[in-house]
Design a protein around this ligand. Structure first.
Ligand code: SDX
Length: 417
């Protein structure tokens, strides 16, 4: 299949067809307007490819997710988060030496400039950690001279390492506790737990169960091709804005409750159902009612029309981690019952609405003692390597152009003032 034919206004046009390495087919419309004076219209971009990419492959019909060709199911149990970050950003698994060097650099660059601590005293105690994270990430560019801003490879290390420190410091600020500085003898994930939960008065024991759960959560969120926040990072980066500014834009796009903000909304929804006597049927009916703004948060997906493979992994992990930690969370039982009832209901079945990555992730964050308003920050920390990989792929594209979609104007025609 090499071309597609289009009949428009009595004329026939032939358009080239692009076929990807997994057999996906696209009609290449880069010459469409020049040849036909027509553009396409696709609100929400549900049918439009913005780019070609070699980073992540998703088959929504089959529930397949692969990072650089490796199935998420294998990576989730075999890899470390920094190994996955390296794979996504540079395209291949690191050798032992490359991974050691990558981890050493991340450790070396984990501190933020002491002056950045002043930002925290400016935020009210009620500031949402996503507001703090996006503001601080954008401000990182102020701490490096112009020449350093263009040192992309070093800024990738700085961003991956310092975003983790900023997130932990924002939690300490909300708790009114002193900041805990990163320790050079800890791994990437151990250091985050240390900065979050250690206190000066006593030695903090890093639970291997929590470290493994955090590693899994970060890996499962690491990339997801052209989702809303990643497309935002590519859009902003296409104007040649620096890496920090582009990632800050992605953080803000992720914050929305329809995207990364859903994990916080899921726990709030499960809590509301618990407090309302656990009446699942009532809430399933509310989710189906077009006149009711209530949605089953953590359900549905633009691409997955089958189970989100990440949700499957997280559902199993929630049972294991709670058992290993000797914890029991009534919200997990409510989530499972809600899932069971929804997946037997015609409304969800015919719309092919399944649990997505956000449906079970909050149960694990809660078990780890992470507050609900930090859940989307945790999503952002996981998604950082994906955002960075796509920004770098877009900027390294010799044929790359600034993103500038067209529109169809439907407003007033010419009139005089
Ligand atoms: C993420 O894109 C990514 O890859 C994102 C992500 C990533 O890793 O980056 O996977 C992470 O953002 C996961 C999604 C988290 N969001 C939520 O869980 C919020 C709840 N879900 C929905 O709002 C919705 O399903 C979306 C936003 C996820 C997808 O929206 P779409 O593709 O625009 O689908 P839609 O809103 O057009 O829904 C189609 C139909 C509609 O009914 P009809 O108009 O056909 O009658 O399904 C209904 C919707 O009303 N529907 C829901 C529903 N989700 C869709 N009805 C009730 N509850 C829901 N959750």
């Amino acid at each position: 299949m090499t071309t597609a034919k289009l009949m428009l206004d009595g004329r026939e046009y032939e358009l080239p067809v692009v076929v990807g390495s997994e057999g996906e087919v696209a009609v290449d419309i880069r010459r469409l307007r020049a040849e036909t004076h027509a553009v396409t219209l696709d609100s929400g971009f549900a049918n439009s490819g913005s780019c070609t990419s070699a980073i992540t492959f998703i088959d929504g019909e089959k529930g397949i997710l692969r990072y650089r060709g490796y199935p998420i199911e294998e990576i989730a149990t075999e890899a470390s988060f920094t190994e996955v970050a390296y794979l996504l950003i540079y395209g291949e698994r690191p050798s032992a030496e490359q991974l050691d060097e990558f981890n050493r650099k991340l450790t070396y660059h984990s501190l933020i400039h002491e002056d950045m601590k002043n930002f925290f005293s400016g935020f009210p105690a009620t500031a949402h950690p996503m507001a703090i994270l996006s503001a601080m990430v954008a401000s990182l560019s102020s701490y490096y001279p112009r020449s350093a801003i263009d040192n992309v490879e070093l800024n990738i290390i700085r961003l991956l390492s310092k975003a983790r420190t900023i997130a932990a410091f924002s939690y300490k600020k909300s708790m009114g506790q002193p900041f805990m500085y990163p320790q050079n003898d800890l791994t990437y994930t151990e250091n985050f737990l240390h900065m979050m939960f250690a206190v000066p008065a006593e030695n903090y024991h890093i639970s291997p169960v929590m470290e493994r759960a955090l590693n899994l959560l970060l890996i499962l969120h690491a990339d997801h091709e052209q989702n809303c926040s990643t497309s935002t990072v590519r859009m902003v980066g296409s104007s040649e804005a620096n890496l920090f500014a582009s990632i800050s834009a992605g953080i803000n796009a992720l914050w929305g409750p329809l995207h990364g903000g859903a994990n916080q909304k899921v726990i709030e929804m499960l809590t509301r159902i618990r407090d309302d006597g656990g009446d699942y049927d009532k809430y399933v009916e509310k989710a189906k009612d077009k006149d009711d703004e209530f949605r089953l948060m953590g359900f549905g997906h633009r691409v997955y029309k089958n189970f989100d493979p990440r949700a499957k992994i997280l559902k199993a992990a929630a049972d294991e981690v709670l058992a290993e930690m000797g914890k029991n969370d009534p919200l997990l039982d409510i989530a499972k019952n809600l899932e069971r009832i929804a997946l037997e209901d015609e409304y969800f079945v015919e719309r092919r609405l399944y649990p997505n990555v956000d449906f079970y992730s909050g149960i694990l964050y809660r078990a780890m003692g992470i507050p609900t308003n930090m859940f989307t920050v945790m999503f952002a920390l996981g998604r950082l390597p994906g955002w960075i990989a796509h920004w770098r792929e877009m900027r390294n594209d010799p044929k790359g152009r600034i993103y500038r979609p067209r529109q169809i104007y439907t407003g007033s025609t010419l009139r005089h003032w």
